[in-house]
Design a protein around this ligand. Structure first.
Ligand SMILES: *Cc1c(COP(=O)(O)O)cnc(C)c1O
Length: 355
C-alpha cells in the first residue's frame, strides 16, 4: 500500500558504500550512519521535491534560526529485520503523528504523510544491507525538522528542512541504572512543551543529569514542576512501577511525552490480564511501597532500550536499593514487545508494518 516508490523523490546514490568499514559487532549507539539520507525543504509555504542523497554534512547559514531559537523537533524509531530478511517498522503511524504534533507546538509546518512514508520506505530499501537480522539488531531511524531560515529575528521561521538519517544499532546491556528523584529541577512545566519531542527539552535536561551523575546516579526521575510530589518520567523514557503485581504508570499530560513503548506495554499488559493502573503516582507512595516491601520493580520504557530496569533510586538524601526479581516484569515485557517487533510472535494489535 505504502510500498510504491514515489516518482517525485530525486535520488542520488552513493558511488561506493562505506558499509565494509563498519564493525557491526561493536557499534556504539548513534555514531555510525548509513549511506543515504532523506531531505525535504520547506520554502514559499510549500514542501519542495524530496531528495535522497549520500549521507554527509549540511551547509546552513549561521543565522539559521535553529541555532538561535531552537526550533527543532525529532522522532526516534527503529526498523527490525526477521530471519527471512523481511524488514518491519513498529507503529510508524504513531511517529508520524507525533512529529507533526511536536511541530505544531513549535509553530512549524506539518509534514505530509505520503512524503514521510514514501521517503522512509525508499531510504530503507536503498540502505537495506545496513539492517542486520538477529534479535536485538536494528536500524535506529531519526527523522527531524529544523528551522533553516537565515535571520536572527525572534519569531518562527518560514523555511525549514525535514530530514531522515539512520544508524545501525545493537541491543546492548548497559546495566541496570540508578536514578535520582528530582526535587528542584524540572524537564517540563504545565503549559510548556514537555509532550513534544523537541530538541530544547533535551538540552535543558543535561545539566541536572550531570549533577545527578556526580552523585552516582545515571538518570533522573522527573517529578511534576509544581510540587515535585508526583513522578512523571525517567530520563528520556516513560516510567513504570511494579507494586506487588500491579503495573503503574503516570497518565500523559502536556508535561509528559506520549511514548509509543509506554502505550504498547500498557496494551500488552492489559491484554495478558495484568493489573494496570494509569494514574498520578506520588513519590511518597513509591517510598512507602519500598519500605513495606511491595515495590518490586521500576523501569523506563522507550524505543532505544525498549525497557530499562532501575536498580536503585535516591530521594531526599536517602538511597533505596531494589531487590533483584526472578521473572521480572521488565524482562518479560521487553521480550514480548521484541517478539512482535522481530516478527517472532503473532501481532494481534496490528502494530508491525512491513517495509
Ligand atoms: C522519546 C521519548 C520517550 C519514549 O517514547 P517512545 O515513543 O516510546 O520511544 C519518553 N519520554 C521522552 C521525554 C521522550 O523524548
Amino acid at each position: 500500500m505504502r510500498n510504491a516508490v514515489p516518482q517525485e523523490i530525486e535520488i542520488t546514490k552513493i558511488n561506493e558504500s562505506k558499509i565494509s568499514q563498519v564493525d557491526f559487532e561493536n557499534l556504539a549507539f548513534g555514531k555510525v550512519f548509513t549511506d543515504h539520507m532523506f531531505i525535504c525543504d520547506y520554502v514559499n509555504g510549500e514542501w519542495q521535491t524530496p531528495k535522497i542523497v549520500p549521507y554527509g554534512p549540511l551547509t546552513l547559514d549561521p543565522s539559521a534560526r535553529v541555532f538561535h531559537y531552537g526550533q527543532a523537533v525529532f522522532e526516534g524509531m527503529k526498523a527490525y529485520k526477521d530471519d527471512q530478511g523481511d524488514t518491519f517498522l513498529f507503529r510508524p503511524d504513531e511517529n508520524f503523528k507525533r512529529i507533526n504534533k511536536s511541530a505544531e507546538r513549535l509553530a512549524m509546518p506539518e509534514f505530509p504523510e505520503e512524503y514521510f512514508f514514501d521517503g522512509l520506505n525508499t531510504l530503507l530499501k536503498l540502505d537495506d544491507q545496513w539492517i542486520k537480522s538477529g534479535f536485538g539488531n536494528s536500524l535506529y531511524i531519526r527523522p527531524f525538522v529544523i528551522a533553516t531560515q537565515p535571520s536572527v529575528s525572534a519569531s518562527e521561521a518560514d523555511e525549514y528542512r525535514f530530514m531522515i538519517i539512520c544508524s545501525p544499532a545493537q541491543s546492548y546491556y548497559s546495566g541496570d541504572v540508578s536514578v535520582l528523584v528530582a526535587e528542584k529541577f524540572s524537564r517540563s512545566a504545565s503549559g510548556g512543551f514537555g509532550y513534544a519531542k523537541a530538541a530544547g527539552n533535551y538540552a535543558g535536561q543535561f545539566y541536572p543529569t550531570k549533577l545527578a551523575k556526580e552523585q552516582g546516579y545515571q538518570q533522573i526521575i522527573w517529578t511534576d514542576s509544581n510540587t515535585h510530589e508526583y513522578v512523571e518520567e525517567a530520563g528520556t523514557m516513560n516510567v513504570f512501577f511494579r507494586i506487588n503485581d500491579t503495573l503503574l504508570t503516570a497518565p500523559v499530560s502536556d508535561r509528559i511525552l506520549d511514548g509509543i513503548t509506554r502505550k504498547s506495554l500498557i496494551a500488552l499488559a492489559e491484554k495478558q490480564g495484568y493489573n494496570v493502573e494509569v494514574r498520578p503516582i506520588k513519590v511518597s507512595e513509591v517510598v512507602d511501597a519500598f519500605n513495606n516491601g511491595s515495590l518490586k520493580e521500576i523501569f523506563g520504557a522507550g524505543t532505544a532500550a525498549v525497557v530499562s530496569p532501575v536498580k536503585a533510586f535516591g530521594y531526599k538524601g536517602e538511597h533505596y536499593e531494589l531487590e533483584k526479581q526472578e521473572n521480572s516484569y521488565a524482562s518479560y515485557f521487553k521480550k514480548s514487545l521484541m517478539d512482535i517487533q522481530y516478527n517472532k510472535a503473532e501481532d494481534s494489535f496490528g502494530w508491525r508494518t512491513k517495509v
